[in-house]
Design a protein around this ligand. Structure first.
Ligand code: PLP
Length: 453
């Protein structure tokens, strides 16, 4: 492990930062006492340096948001230049960074999603999309999938279909969960993908009918569920969801907070199936997280609802100039450097084939799935029974050992329950990517040790 470029002074500063963090910082999702956060002293491209100066390959893209890698010089320069010009301006005024960001995003979103409401991140984008959908349809209930994540604010966490919801699920506020199509662990005893699609859609339609179509204003669905396991919708599923929502007058919200902006090898994941939602939420990759930004892309019909009627919602920092300047520079760099094309290429030519090889070699790998720079390996202790290597919602000594082996090999991994996600920056070099895949190969030998004899 290399310690190049990190000085003793930087390490000493990191030690002090770590002490102050323990004394004063309250962390997300953690029991504060035992939490042992990693200090990061430096970031560059696909690499980060930890508090001891170890250089680690960032195969997590942090929280799957640094789609263009760390410290892209053009985006850093754009933020600096915007800061020197206008740092902040209230949302009711016009600002060129915001206008240009909206124009660029509208040019990339599918169909007639031509207006953008900017938020500070993904959760508030989801909250506003639901508010717009409810007002547009005049109906209150919202359908959301189990095994999903939509954010940490009140309604967004209620919509979420993973264990992070449980502690905050006091009032469901009209949220109804349905079973998504997830072929590897089919809820519908489907033997084939076609069966999975047909049965999952029948279940969804039954849910709509039994809940009452006249009561359901919105359906929100991650186009490719991210943290929940990057389980790809089977052929025909997304088109079926679009059809059902249209049939019953339900606004369809595509949550592209994680799956959007090139992560899955297309600008937006709905593009894989040529599906056009009524609303599309984004955040993360829109500016690689360099400055907090999210938003809702709005269809013509929903825009019309608010042409003469005031939209009852807003944020002090909606369309913040620093965040929007970062978005303009990020999207421009992504286009100039063909990063979305690169994401598709390395997914198809390098990551996919390499993970299939790892599956053939390591009995601990139960399933491999994904596209672009958005992949998951599901680890199991028994391939026949598909027994997960950690329980749903938890970890296990086996997963802790694999995670430890990945870090020891020189990787910052993304691990959730019994899964390892392969989610590097879209512009990672082929060489760095192969280095990371070799680290994964090494760590999976540790996982194999936990497979039932
Ligand atoms: N929606 C999806 C699909 C996400 O993956 C996330 C975050 O991981 C969110 C919403 C919430 O975004 P944020 O953390 O920016 O509020």
């Amino acid at each position: 492990v290399s310690t190049e470029t990190i000085t003793p002074e930087q390490i000493a500063a990191g030690v002090r930062a770590h002490q102050l963090d323990k004394e004063h910082v309250f962390h997300s999702w953690q029991a504060q006492g035992p939490f042992a956060p990693m200090t990061i002293l430096k970031t560059q491209g696909s690499w980060i340096w930890d508090g001891e100066g170890n250089k680690l390959l960032d195969f997590s893209s942090q929280l799957v948001n640094t789609n263009i890698g760390h410290q892209h010089p053009k985006v850093v320069a754009a933020i600096q230049s915007q800061a020197a010009d206008i740092c902040t301006i209230a949302p009711q005024h016009v600002n060129d960074a915001r206008s240009e960001a909206a124009r660029l995003i509208a040019s990339l979103t599918p169909g007639d999603l031509d207006h953008v409401f900017f938020t500070n991140g993904g959760a508030d984008a989801v909250e506003h999309a639901i508010r717009m959908a409810r007002l547009h349809t005049g109906k209150h209930k919202v359908l959301a999938a189990y095994r999903s994540y939509h954010g940490g604010t009140h309604l967004a966490i209620n919509l979420t279909g993973d264990p992070r919801r449980f502690a905050s699920d006091h009032g469901t506020d009209g949220v109804v969960h349905f079973m998504p199509a997830y072929h590897y662990r089919s809820y519908f005893s489907a033997a084939t993908e076609a069966e999975e699609t047909e049965r999952a859609l029948r279940h969804l339609e039954d849910t709509i009918v039994l809940e009452g179509p006249d009561t359901i204003g919105a359906l929100i669905l991650e186009s490719i569920p991210g943290t929940a396991g990057i389980y790809m919708p089977p052929a025909g599923y997304m088109a079926g969801v679009r059809e059902l929502t249209r049939k019953y007058g339900i606004a369809y919200i595509a949550d592209e907070v994680m799956a959007g902006f090139g992560r899955a090898g297309q600008w937006f994941s709905v593009d894989h199936w040529d599906v056009v939602p009524d609303l599309l939420t984004f955040a993360k990759g829109v500016n690689s997280g360099y400055v907090p930004l999210g938003g809702v892309a709005i269809s013509g019909a929903i825009y019309e609802t608010f042409r003469e009627r005031a939209y009852p919602g807003g944020l002090t920092y909606s369309g913040h100039p620093l965040a929007c300047a970062a978005a303009v520079a990020t999207i421009t760099a992504m286009k100039d450097e063909a990063m979305v094309e690169n994401s598709a290429r390395i997914g198809a030519e390098i990551i996919g084939p390499a993970l299939e090889e790892l599956k053939a070699k390591h009995p601990s790998v139960g399933d491999v799935r994904g596209t672009g720079c958005f992949w998951a390996l599901e680890l199991v202790t028994n391939r026949e029974t598909r027994e997960p290597m950690a329980p749903y919602g938890g970890s296990s000594p086996a997963m802790a050992a694999v995670t430890g082996a990945l870090k020891k090999a020189g990787m910052l991994p993304f691990v959730n329950f019994n899964r390892i996600h392969v989610v590097p920056p879209l512009n990672i070099s082929d060489e760095d990517l192969r280095t990371g895949l070799a680290m994964l190969d090494e760590a999976l030998s540790v996982a194999d040790g936990f497979v039932e004899a």
